[in-house]
Design a protein around this ligand. Sequence first.
Ligand code: UD1
Length: 390
Amino acid sequence: MDKLLVHGPCKLNGTVKISRAKNAYLPILAAVLLSDKKIHLKNIPDLQDIKTMIKLLEMLGVTVTRAGNITTFDASTLNSHEATYDLVKTMRASIFVLGPLLARLGKAKVSLPGGCAIGTRPIDIHLTNLEKMGCEIHLTGGYVEASVSKLKATHLPLSFPSVGATENLMMAAVFVEGTTVIDNAALEPEIDDLANFINAMGGKVTGIGTRKLEVTGVKELSDVRIEDVNPSHLEFVIELLKEMGGKISVGDNFIHVEKSVLKSCHVDTAPFPGFPTDAQAQMIALCTQVKGSSVITEHIFENRFMHVPELVRLGANIVLKGKSAIIEGEQKLNGAPIMCTDLRASAALIIAALCATGTTEIQRIYHLDRGYEKLVDKLATLGAKVERVK
Ligand code: UD1
């Protein structure tokens, strides 16, 4: 065992950077179990407890890969609901997997954490409130065995603002139909981090930073983060998508998009900083899926609607009137053979094909190759099933 030798007395002087908080990362790591999409986490702190939590995730079947400072978690391969004594005994925070496993699989078997160096810390607040959500819980052979056919939304007033219980219950409630209210919730900053992380994955937690957390169930988690982008170049498009109902947030070099329900738009292409003609085709493809009918008018180029007949082949209802396209929303698209007609049109056709049922064969992708680097790989990273064939 290593030991430290401290040579005192000494004065402290200078600047030091702090590392990321273990207590924020541990529940966030457990929360990756909620998603069947790949989750990329940057700069995870290099700590023993974090390694233990990652080992536990791997034992549950999560595929973990590392590339530089990014660790990717893929819980679509989740194949176990059991957190064994060997791991739990070394880290009490293993109990955090209870909530997400119940949310995802409806069952969990987690070793009881037992006592630890800072005293016996029961988990009764976790368990009684999970029972209120409909779980059946048995304590047998040193394990908590919990199962539920359908978790239910309810009011959960905590008898003490337990950090771990607040986190576990928040994760358990992510997919529960209706709104679960966690009252007397803990206020520690890591609670906000977990809530923000769940929201970033596409969940719906409100009341962040207050004693009353509300978790409104979503059917599935879905979000996309686009990095190395300068959002100010796309300000018009981002604002337009927000007006349409898009849940979009931006940072210096990223755009974050959460699953949203969009309504129609009326927009005209114009020179920068207006609505770009190069986004017109993609917006038309999107408008086939929104609520209501949209009108998109092209002022920069004549005849830049060659993608419209191709979109119609997939089942879109689009009428051209002079410089305007009138697009009917909520159209069910079906895969069909189609052709790229120009560079931006090819992106529009891919968007439509991603929304369509069945396989769409897109020809003449040399148009795509002129201006979109490795788009197939990028889409595959996000979970799209797109292949390039000869
Ligand atoms: C977390 C932190 C820990 C910190 C503590 C308080 C992690 C991984 N650990 O621990 O570093 O010291 O918050 O800020 O985030 N209690 C019950 N029943 C329960 C749950 C808790 O009686 O079901 C009691 C405990 O025994 C303890 C108190 O509530 O006396 C606080 O526990 P809790 O807030 O749950 O702390 P942890 O989540 O275990």
